[in-house]
Design a protein around this ligand. Structure first.
Ligand code: MLT
Length: 265
């Protein structure tokens, strides 16, 4: 990994391969490592940029409210620091997708395409936001394990625990390696994120929407609604996968992403 100093902040990033840039933005409360199957596969033909978001992995811890807008601005600053001037394909999963809407809102001139995986456009309902704040306080008091315990049961499709038990271990390790301060700052940021529905009809970029067949957080039905609101968006449902579709079924996810990239680039 590279460690880049951007103003007063250190950001860790995998930078592999050559070609058009594919920016992979991880979900909550994970790290760039959730993209390992995509990094390996796409670095053959693309420049793959997979950062640890502020407060996660080896990037500097973030204290306060890590808003989705702030994360989007950090990613734009990261592209500057890497001297990437050409338009990039932004691929985000879940929280990465929430950041994707904000990246479109503020930095759309940097985008060549958008891949939104297992994500939502609506803001949190008040009781959901309250639950996040309660979890943030517990994570700060008791440690990152609390957030692994809260998230793990929701992340995978029904077959994954039996058929790919190693993924549960590696995702737990990923979550527990994150600092309580970073996780709490993102929970506060998720709780105040903006509703992005009004943006959808304006999105005039090639857009691919992916969802795991059994995603219980951002369901296939909800994601079909997102696709219907974006002009010309394409939709692929990933079989045998839940919320972490790209990790649970990388063969199907990589095939869908590759088909999208080759037909639009
Ligand atoms: C994620 O995977 O990033 C989270 O499930 C997002 C959320 O909790 O809304």
């Amino acid at each position: 990994m590279k460690h880049l100093r951007i103003a007063d902040f250190s950001m860790a990033v995998v930078d592999r391969g050559k070609g058009a840039t594919l920016l992979l933005v991880h979900g909550f409360p994970l790290t760039h490592a959730m993209w390992q199957p995509q990094i390996e596969y796409f670095a053959e033909h693309f420049r793959v940029i997979a950062p640890d978001l502020p407060g996660f992995g080896e990037s500097d811890a973030f204290v306060g409210v890590a808003t989705m807008e702030h994360m989007a601005d950090r990613l734009a600053a990261l592209l500057d620091a890497l001297e990437i001037r050409d338009r990039v394909i932004f691929c985000g999963l879940s929280m990465g997708g929430y950041i994707g809407w904000e990246f479109w809102r503020k930095h759309r001139q940097r985008l060549a395409g958008l891949i939104q995986c297992d994500t939502r456009v609506i803001a949190d309902m008040p009781e959901v936001a309250k639950g996040r704040r309660i979890l943030a306080a517990r994570v700060l008091a008791e440690g990152s394990k609390v957030s692994a315990d809260a998230m793990l049961p929701k992340l995978f499709g029904p077959q994954t625990p039996q058929q790919q038990a190693h993924l549960l271990d590696s995702v737990r390790r990923m979550i527990e390696s994150n600092s309580p301060a970073g996780i709490a700052a993102s929970l506060e940021g998720l709780a105040v994120r903006r509703d992005a529905r009004e943006l959808l009809s304006q999105i005039d970029l090639p857009t691919l929407v992916l969802v795991g067949e059994y995603d219980a957080i951002s369901t296939p039905d909800e994601m079909r609604g997102i696709v219907a609101a974006i002009p010309n968006a394409e939709f692929v449902e990933i079989p045998d996968a839940g919320h972490l579709s790209t990790l649970e079924n990388p063969l199907a996810a990589n095939t869908a992403i590759e088909k999208f990239l080759t037909s639009h680039l």
